[in-house]
Design a binder for this molecule. Structure first.
Ligand code: FAD
Ligand code: NAI
Length: 488
């Protein structure tokens, strides 16, 4: 038995040591991360879907890579609506950007800062530390050979008065936290002694503006929270909580097929979520919104919580960059790029994801595929430079021709091609809808089985094993213990 135990211990120890060595080797020593002057430097702006996918795929043996983002993490946005009611914890959806960079063969420099200006002539960017804690130095410049702009977009308000001041957006971690806190505040305030019936109705009226996927998924999550948890915690108030979705167009989810739009609208009806289509919000006041009805008349809708989800607009950085190229940058939606994602008018600036204006929808799928593609392009560019030097240095005609043929091949860079994997949307009561490409057409499905598919698709797309484990645990916790109603 002693020998057996010694052998067992030896085996466990050697497996453990092997795993530790492999883990240790994944951390490149600090000195390898020094900027190598013989290599070109790529500065990547942002740590979202596009930039992260680029970082994962770029070969750091060929380039010095620097990431600049005010967020030192990647956020898995498709499950963010679940964080607004506590189905999933926000920490389960984020992964530090250093988690990716430490797995690269050469160290990537990560700078937590916002890029505030790009000077394409000097090829430098200005960066500013906009976080709460600032040191002696909080503004600096970084030089680049190539710039990859993946700064995403910001919330569209169409300049409507009061939106910024009174509405809650749903784009970032802090937005989801703010919505959760404000929702519970509305409910607790409605429970305050002496509140008039009209004030209770107002406080318990949750209004969502925008019937795109963000608005729909938020309304769906809120409905589930109401039915699964709030009803038992606040029996005297639950029946008074109302959810209303306001959409300017004749129907919600314009990007989905007609059959799925009808299915969503009928599911929302069953769930008592009112949809006001052809209704445009004109102004947001502290306690009510002013809307224009389909017949052109104006109406006021009192609210307690207002979630604003009317799509994207360009960030100031992108607008300023576009202004430097007035002749070529004429699309207001974002940076105009060619088929190789190179910014029109600037040969060493590339743009991807929501910051760019392409024929594709601003989605995570598009941004992720563009990031991967761009990393491949940079690989080809590096090979071209090596081969050009080899052609010039070739000693014989035969060798020169051989290298030249290789160079021609490296120069043949295919344009970006997007492969659509389908669209998914959660609509509440354990139901989801899916529009999937199928042969020459589309396969549209909706219901509980689609929800199972929705869950498995997102679990497999999550960033890391850590994220997957946390999300599955959150789902289990919610099923067994319910959601937490504490106002944080
Ligand atoms: P982002 O992911 O927004 O990343 C932008 C990055 O740039 C961030 O790290 C930001 O901090 C950084 N940044 C901002 N300003 C600066 C600056 N000045 N300097 C440097 N860095 C800067 N799409 C889907 O395909 N499927 C879905 O299910 C889905 N669900 C969604 C759910 C929600 C709630 C939301 C809001 C969006 C969803 N989307 C979905 C859309 C998807 O999230 C976006 O299309 C995607 O995030 C775009 O990726 P991006 O890299 O362009 O930008
Ligand atoms: P969106 O642009 O898809 O929808 C915004 C909606 O708001 C539009 O239908 C518009 O008509 C409406 N609207 C605009 N102004 C209005 C007003 N004043 N009053 C009333 N309604 C008004 O925006 P969303 O949902 O934020 O999505 C942004 C991008 O992210 C899209 O490309 C979307 O596909 C993607 N996304 C995808 C998800 C998914 O696949 N499940 C989830 C969330 C976002």
């Amino acid at each position: 038995r002693v020998i057996k135990n010694v052998v067992k211990f030896g085996l466990v120890a050697s497996v453990g040591y092997g795993a530790y060595t492999m883990y240790d080797q994944r951390h490149p020593p600090q000195e390898q991360g020094e900027i190598d002057p013989s290599k070109k430097t790529i500065v990547v702006l942002g740590s979202g879907w596009g930039s992260t996918s680029f970082l994962k795929a770029i070969d750091t043996e060929q380039y010095n890579v620097i990431v600049v983002s005010p967020r030192n993490y990647f956020l898995f946005t498709p499950l963010l609506p679940s964080c607004t009611v506590g189905t999933i914890d926000v920490r389960s959806l984020v992964e530090p950007i250093r988690f990716i960079t430490r797995h690269k063969s050469r160290q990537v420099k990560v700078v937590e800062a916002e890029c505030t200006d790009v000077d394409p002539e000097r090829k430098v960017i200005t960066i500013t530390d906009n976080s709460d804690v600032k040191g002696q130095s909080s503004t600096s410049e970084l030089a680049y050979d190539y710039l990859v702009v993946g700064v995403g977009a910001m919330n569209q308000t169409f300049g409507i008065k009061g939106v910024e001041q009174y509405g809650c957006f749903l784009k970032e971690v802090w937005d989801a936290q703010k919505i959760r806190t404000k929702l519970m505040d509305c409910i607790e305030t409605a429970a305050f002694p002496g509140q008039s019936p009209e004030e209770i109705d107002r406080l318990l009226h949750m209004v969502v503006v925008g019937g795109g996927p963000t608005g729909i998924e938020y309304a769906a999550e809120l409905h589930d929270f109401l039915v699964d948890d709030l009803t038992s915690w606040y029996p005297e108030l639950a029946g008074k909580i109302k959810i209303t979705l306001v959409e300017a167009l004749p129907n919600v989810l314009p990007a989905f097929s007609k059959q799925l739009i009808d299915y969503t609208e009928s599911t929302f009806k069953e769930q008592n979520i009112s949809i006001h289509t052809k209704t445009m919000v004109k102004e947001v006041c502290e306690k009510e919104i002013v809307v224009q009805r389909p017949d052109g008349t104006s109406d006021k809708i009192p609210y307690g919580l207002l979630v604003w989800a009317t799509g994207n607009t360009t960030r100031p950085l992108v607008r300023n960059l576009m202004a430097r190229f007035p002749e070529t940058q004429t699309i207001r939606r974002g940076l105009a790029v060619d088929d190789w994602l190179c910014m029109e008018g600037a040969k060493d600036i590339f743009a991807l994801g929501d910051a760019s204006a392409t024929k594709y929808a601003p989605t995570a799928q598009v941004a992720a595929q563009q990031g991967k593609y761009l990393a491949r392009i940079f690989g080809q560019l590096a090979s071209q430079e090596t081969l050009e030097a080899e052609v010039a240095a070739a000693s014989t005609e035969e060798e020169k021709n051989k290298k030249f043929r290789k160079l021609q091949k490296a120069k043949d860079i295919k344009p970006f091609h997007y492969s659509h994997q389908g669209s998914l949307c959660y609509i509440g009561s354990d139901k989801a809808i899916a529009d999937l490409p199928f042969g020459p057409g589309n396969l549209a499905s909706g219901g509980v089985a689609t929800y199972a598919f929705w869950r498995s698709a997102y679990i497999s797309n999550l960033f890391s094993t850590r994220n997957r484990t946390l999300v599955i645990t959150d789902w289990l916790k919610k099923t067994i213990l319910g959601r937490d109603i504490s106002r944080e």
